[in-house]
Ligand binder design. Structure first.
Ligand SMILES: [Zn+2]
Length: 266
């Protein structure tokens, strides 16, 4: 059984493409992420399930990605970013991750099996894959897989963490992996827990201020205790998160959208 009675909630990812973006440059996950200084107690089984081999999305996936490499790299990236130099008992006891490619609305979501939450499923939409321009498809699929893989390995304060923080941590790892889509921007509007890249960039800024371990410490704090906003942030950063968000907004040039030119990704 998992020590987490409430698994991360299934989360759907907003589409990541915008029609007027420049072509992305090929990006590499930093090499050292593939030698993570973090090992789970048990090496997870990685599986792939293809619901319809005839769908163009499935075919593009198979053509552009080596599934076993892509999944293992995503696991390594997540373990490096969230658990480097942490002992195995700090890492959730995820035993398997199954990537399921199927036709569905939305982009992707992650869920645990009802019968045993240590077994995770990442559902990835073949319709979405089909909708992405060829030039950016490979990086986009890798980015989505990394984002969803975070949900397979992150803590969630016994189910009480704000959804925006959970999503922000997932996109922060995606940023660290160099797999942020080209249209992502730092936003100074909204709230710190608006989620996705808004919160992801905020966490990146916190790293600059409080050291590169800060997101690891945030995730660690989410392991055992229920989320109480004031206590939580004063433990992690010594300040209320609303003050931190204000400082972040000021660093982007005040209350206006810093260098934001696109709308929100949702
Ligand atoms: Zn998510």
């Amino acid at each position: 059984m998992s020590p987490v009675p409430h698994p991360p909630q299934p989360s759907s990812l907003p589409p990541s493409s915008a029609p007027t973006e420049p072509e992305p440059q090929p990006q590499q996950i930093p090499q050292h992420y593939n030698r993570p200084h973090a090992k789970p107690a048990r090496k997870p089984i990685l599986r792939l399930e293809l619901r319809d081999l005839s769908s163009p999305g499935t075919q593009s996936f198979l053509r552009l990605l080596h599934a076993s490499t892509a999944l293992q790299e995503a696991v390594n990236t997540v373990l490096h970013c969230l658990y480097a130099h942490r002992p195995a008992h700090c890492i959730p006891p995820t035993r398997s991750v199954t990537l399921i490619l199927r036709s569905m609305g939305g982009v992707a979501y992650t869920t645990g099996l009802d019968i045993d939450d240590d077994h995770k499923e990442i559902h990835f939409s073949t319709d979405y894959i089909e909708s992405i321009p060829e030039g950016k498809l490979k990086e986009e699929m890798r980015g989505v897989i990394v984002h969803e893989m975070v949900h397979c390995w992150q803590w969630n304060a016994l189910g009480t963490a704000p959804g925006g923080l959970i999503e922000g941590i997932a996109d922060w790892v995606r940023l660290k992996a160099g797999l942020g889509p080209p249209h992502w921007r730092r936003h100074a509007d909204g709230n710190w827990d608006s989620g996705y890249e808004r919160t992801g960039y905020f966490l990146e800024w916190l790293e600059g201020k409080y050291g590169e371990d800060v997101v690891r410490r945030i995730n660690e704090e989410l392991q055992h205790c229920r989320y109480e906003e004031e206590d939580f942030w004063s433990k992690c950063c010594g300040k209320h998160v609303k003050s931190l968000w204000e400082e972040y907004r000021e660093s982007l040039g005040g209350g206006k959208d810093g260098n934001d030119t696109d709308g929100p990704a949702e």
